[in-house]
Design a binder for this molecule. Structure first.
Ligand SMILES: Cc1cc2nc3c(=O)[nH]c(=O)nc-3n(C[C@H](O)[C@H](O)[C@H](O)COP(=O)(O)OP(=O)(O)OC[C@H]3O[C@@H](n4cnc5c(N)ncnc54)[C@H](O)[C@@H]3O)c2cc1C
Length: 378
């Protein structure tokens, strides 16, 4: 446990841990998946955990970055398939919607009645800017054409937040914009559904002259990039917290395995070479958790952590890649049998170095922060 966290935060960590123990017991009952999910959400609400991600105006507790970090790390450290039900939907970058847009998009998302997906990444063939998703103006409408290559949860989304370049027209300035696009509109087509290594489901999306009102932008036309990225620091901190939680689980798991009897007659934990590898894992996790909690505390005190969240995400996601790889090596070939806990962990961690920004792109952005904006801490 990180030192000097307040008694309230320690209590939160204990509550999340107890909740996960209860949910793991629920999982072994004969309940079907729908009822299991409902029961898990009800139990999480009872523990006051589900509400952490939700703003107070939506009946949540509006937890800050430190509490969310502790909760997400503890959920991941339990490595339970019930972990995905524990935290409620959070508003993400839709949080500042007002009026009709709030009523039609944000409110139903927060009440669990609508789902949405983030459609940002372009297909790799669309390298030329003119081939990227664009919109032309037609009176009060935008007509959107293009495609998106990696839209998580897109198959069940009621609407997409789509990043488009609005073309300049008749003297009216264009620019990047985030546009809300209902999935049932004419011209919206899912062209491919696929799963990634960690088990997530995603789609490729085609937009063929899709007509939407130009009111349906998140922020103004021209503000697309800052809007799309407005939640990115938080998202990177979330991913980092999950990576550290997975690291805690992995180290506990491999410690038990190394302490168990081995066919050689000597526990693997008694071999010096194994101890060196094992110590490296602990050093890696210690450094990553130190960065995670420093960044969470800076964010909690209202500091801008754009560079620190990027650095933390690179550190934590690369750390978990190394740790799981070493754990597999020390556990031996049995660890790679399909369905084994480490085999599953190995699959889950790889995507973390892409989602929320590929590692090298984040490195570039950290360097840019200091060289171009004189911003960022060490
Ligand atoms: C599990 C998962 C979920 C995802 N969910 C979503 C989602 O919901 N919505 C969405 O829009 N996207 C999503 N993505 C896509 C994700 O955002 C992208 O994979 C990521 O941003 C990298 O983009 P890319 O895959 O197109 O790689 P590319 O941009 O083609 O880059 C490939 C590699 O090239 C190198 N590279 C690229 N550009 C540079 C540069 N300028 N300088 C140096 N090196 C460079 C880097 O090593 C990089 O990793 C998801 C991805 C994963 C794995």
């Amino acid at each position: 446990m990180p030192e000097f966290i307040s008694p309230e935060m320690q209590d939160l960590r204990s509550r999340v841990e107890s909740l996960l123990v209860e949910l793991t017991e629920l999982e072994i009952t004969e309940m079907d998946n729908v009822n299991l999910r409902k029961a898990a959400i009800a139990k999480s609400k009872e523990y006051g955990v589900f509400q952490l991600t939700q703003p107070i105006e939506f009946g949540g507790s509006g937890a800050g970055p430190l509490a969310l970090t502790i909760a997400r790390e503890s959920v991941a450290a339990a490595n339970s398939s019930m972990g995905g039900f524990v935290l409620g939907p959070d508003p993400g970058f839709l949080r500042n919607l007002t009026g009709e847009k709030k009523a039609t998009y944000l409110d139903p998302v927060m009440q669990g009645e609508k789902r949405w997906s983030f459609a940002f990444t372009e297909p790799s063939g669309a390298s030329a800017p003119e081939k990227q998703t664009y919109a032309i103006r037609d009176r009060d409408d935008l007509i959107i054409t293009g495609s998106k290559s990696f839209v998580t949860g897109g198959a069940t989304a009621d609407f997409f937040a789509v990043f488009v370049n609005v073309e300049e027209f008749d003297g009216v300035t264009g620019g990047p914009a985030m546009v809300l696009v209902d999935s049932n509109l004419s011209g919206v087509e899912i062209t491919r559904s696929f799963r990634s290594l960690e088990g997530g489901s995603h789609v490729e999306l085609d937009l063929d002259q899709v007509r939407v009102s130009n009111n349906l932008t998140v922020g103004d036309i021209g503000e697309g990039m800052p809007r799309a990225m407005s939640n990115i620091g938080e998202e990177r901190l979330q991913i980092s917290a999950s990576a550290c939680g997975m690291g805690i689980w992995t180290i506990k798991h491999i410690t038990d395995r190394l302490n168990a009897a081995h066919r050689s007659g000597t526990r693997l934990s008694d071999r010096e070479g194994v101890r060196l590898r094992y110590a490296d894992m602990r050093i890696d996790l210690y450094a990553a958790r130190s960065a995670l909690y420093r960044t969470a505390r800076l964010a909690e005190s209202g500091e801008d952590v754009v560079n620190e969240a990027a650095a933390t995400k690179v550190l934590c996601t690369e750390m978990i890649g190394r740790i799981v790889d070493t754990a597999v090596q020390l556990a031996g070939g049995q660890a790679l049998i399909e369905g084994e806990a480490l085999e599953q962990m190995y699959r889950r961690v790889r995507s973390l170095r892409f989602a929320g920004g590929a590692s090298d792109i984040l490195r570039l952005s950290i360097a840019r922060g200091i060289f171009d904006f004189n911003s960022g801490r060490v």
